[in-house]
Design a protein around this ligand. Sequence first.
Ligand code: ADE
Length: 227
Amino acid sequence: MIAILGAMQEEITPMLELIGEYEKIDYASNTFYKAKFHGKDIIIAYSKIGKVNAAITATVMIEKFKAEKLLFSGVAGSLNPNLHICDIIYATKVAQHDLDITAFGHPHGYVPGIEVFCKTDNALNQIAMSVAKEQSINLIGGVVASGDQFICAQDKKDWIKATFNADAVEMEGASVGQVCAQLNVPFFMLRAISDEASGGADMDFDEFLDKSAKISAKFVLEMVKKI
Ligand code: ADE
């Protein structure tokens, strides 16, 4: 079973439309969509925004639906001047930018028992690169920082970029990465850029959410064909 997780309805609707036929299963105050795609069993859901919601949904996908790989598809704000709206990035590693016990001398993103960065799966990242190559899509890998905040201010954007050497920011990836790491499930995450995480990002997000979410969803489904 392959899990595909988004945070928002808009991030999974394009997949459900492309797949066409699926079974709906209600569980844990959420809806899970079970389907077959190119001979593979898949389970799709959106978690609702934020790290806690995403961690719950990822856990359910693995523990109840027996997902053996988890692919996240969605949108992100860009922190990298080379990443423009509608470009895509896969996460090489993820970190929680709002996890802060620096008062005790620890680095940002660290609490005892976890590392600051959680790595994504190499084999899945290679599949992403091969899909990009075949389709002549420009795809970069980079650091993605997650936190329970929509970033729409230059100073905060600069801080996250400098502190984590991050290329993109969103609100779920690091929590899903941690769930997958602890449950031994390969984790991949693709994000299409919806905004630049500075002033006006809220307006760009509203304008580009659907378009970017669709770009990411289509790409991830192409990957599923190769898994
Ligand atoms: N997801 C998409 N854009 C974002 C931003 N600017 N901040 C946090 N999450 C996002």
